[in-house]
Design a protein around this ligand. Sequence first.
Ligand code: AMP
Ligand code: ZN
Ligand code: FE
Ligand code: FE
Length: 289
Amino acid sequence: MLTAVDDRPIDLHVHTTASDGDLSPRECVARAAALGLAAIGIADHDTVAGNAEAMAAGEEMGVEVVPGLEVAAKHGHWSLHVLGYYPELGDAGLGRLLRRARARRDERNPQILARLAALGLPVPFEEVAAEARHGVVGRPHIAAVMVRRGHVATAEEAFARYLAKGRPAYVERRKPEAAEVLEVLLAARAVPVLAHPGTLGIESSDALEALLGPLVELGLRGIEVHYHAHNAVQTALFGRAAERHGLAVTGGSDFHGAAKPDIELGRGLGGMHVPYRLLERLKAERARL
Ligand code: AMP
Ligand code: ZN
Ligand code: FE
Ligand code: FE
């Protein structure tokens, strides 16, 4: 039944085995169906490879699947994640951007493994590649192998001690400028959304403006207000910014399956609720592109 305000739960930030999630696209859709979600959005890092399978499964299981992706970008001293919803999946410019992003991961991964080896923590690349199956390789795959080899007890520990920014095995990945990312996404008719702004350490409205103003000028159309790690103060701060700039409000858990066992599809750490009506606005943004 459709009420005037459609409050059915959705989740617009889902990782599958196409990147560093550990459920296949089909399994993500099945889980969404089991949890009663009306829609999920695919947000794999640097690839759109999981979207076709997810959309087919969605039709079959009665879950609306919003195609999408997540890419990293730099903007001044900021390192950002940008979500792109409803891309033309075969767009050539987007394909080039994503291939380049994956190539930069291929540069970085051996450097991370070399640092781990120098620390006395051997992690063979073959095991990391096996962990990633055919998906885009990321640090969570390296963390998983470190756990399996007994180097650390948990993936969290792998990040906290070695893999996170500022830790001894961290290697920066070269990233494109936000201006380029937004241009490519818009050209592929993807709605560009700033992912998890709460991870940027922004606490004041002024600091947020300094980042958001220029990004909106460059074509940003939305902001991920609802996110598993956002507290009520952050959610309110980002919600007000969305209103000021006329941005679409989105939200999602950043579900990765058992790789991040505390984060559940649709509810994050427990309290997150993203209503379907937000998707209606996102679709309106897409229709304007
Ligand atoms: P990468 O794409 O290789 O840079 O790795 C980024 C992935 O690692 C994202 O999915 C993050 O959610 C995850 N990640 C980043 N920092 C941490 C952390 N401190 N603990 C657990 N996972 C993390
Ligand atoms: Zn991820
Ligand atoms: Fe992200
Ligand atoms: Fe993500």
